[in-house]
Design a protein. Structure first.
Length: 117
């Protein structure tokens, strides 16, 4: 999903199967960087969230190029955040008939790129 806000381009990735707390640890590493530099940094990070954030930033860059005609080199990350998505609740039964819940958390990643020359 993408939208244009003034001189900014936005891309969202919803229902990512990684908890928002773990995504935010990676997001803090690339906040405020040039978009191209952020992609290079994320490519070499071992966390699973880095791949999802890479895809979101790459999508926002493609939106900027294709839809708005903006130069890829001039784009900066003006906003990036991860919101809490829906939690799937599973039941697992343990010893003596007790039940142990399993919470599968998810998140929504939003990237807003702006143009700086």
């Amino acid at each position: 999903m993408s939208t244009m806000i003034g001189n900014e381009v936005q891309a969202q990735r919803k229902h990512v199967g990684i908890p928002a707390q773990k995504v935010r640890l990676v997001i803090n590493q690339v906040r405020g960087m040039r978009a191209e530099d952020a992609l290079t940094t994320l490519k070499f990070m071992p966390q699973a969230a880095a791949q999802e954030i890479y895809k979101t930033i790459n999508s926002a860059l493609a939106n900027a190029e294709q839809n708005e005609g903006l130069a890829r080199e001039d784009m900066w990350i003006s906003e990036i955040y991860a919101d809490v998505g829906p939690t799937r609740k599973w039941r697992r039964f343990g010893a003596r008939g007790r039940f142990k819940p399993i919470l599968k958390r998810s998140s929504h990643i939003t990237v807003v790129l702006s143009e700086r020359s």
